[in-house]
Design a protein around this ligand. Structure first.
Ligand code: ZN
Ligand code: MN
Length: 142
């Protein structure tokens, strides 16, 4: 699905649940769709501010929460720093830099299918986090 189609789908979904469609709300989703670096809410806010200087951080927070509730974006679990968001909701894995916190999408196949239940948990999906040092941080080491 293209970015435009996803935005249209979001607008339709907002109408469906009776959520007011504001340019700022649409802009939040647009920023998330156009980035693959898994930004924080603050990162999204800083980008939105350039176009909509009067938008508040609280509005951006609420919109991100709404997008997550609607299943349009996902939280990327991360052990340090702030919560990061991903508009790529397809199953994929992440490479995480333990020095700067960069998170990169990686796709590869693992010959393992998670069982429907594990340790009493109902399993719905899984993803791998691979930790290391990114090329930018490696360049700084020398
Ligand atoms: Zn790094
Ligand atoms: Mn991702």
């Amino acid at each position: 699905m293209s970015k435009e189609e996803k935005l249209r789908e979001f607008i339709e979904a907002c109408k469906h649940v009776g959520l007011k469609i504001t340019p700022q709300r649409v802009a939040v989703y647009e920023v998330l769709l156009s980035r693959d670096d898994h930004p924080t809410v603050e990162d999204v806010y800083n980008e939105i501010k350039k176009k909509y200087p009067f938008v508040s951080l609280a509005t951006v927070y609420r919109t991100v929460e709404t997008l997550e509730e609607m299943g349009l974006i996902k939280k990327v679990a991360y052990w340090g720093g702030s919560v990061r968001y991903d508009a790529n909701i397809s199953d994929h894995h992440h490479l995480i830099c333990t020095q700067c916190g960069a998170i990169k999408d990686v796709e590869f196949c693992i010959d393992w299918t998670p069982p429907a239940r594990m340790e009493g948990y109902r399993v719905h999906n899984y993803s791998l986090h691979i930790y290391g040092v990114c090329s930018k941080c490696q360049a700084k080491e020398n």
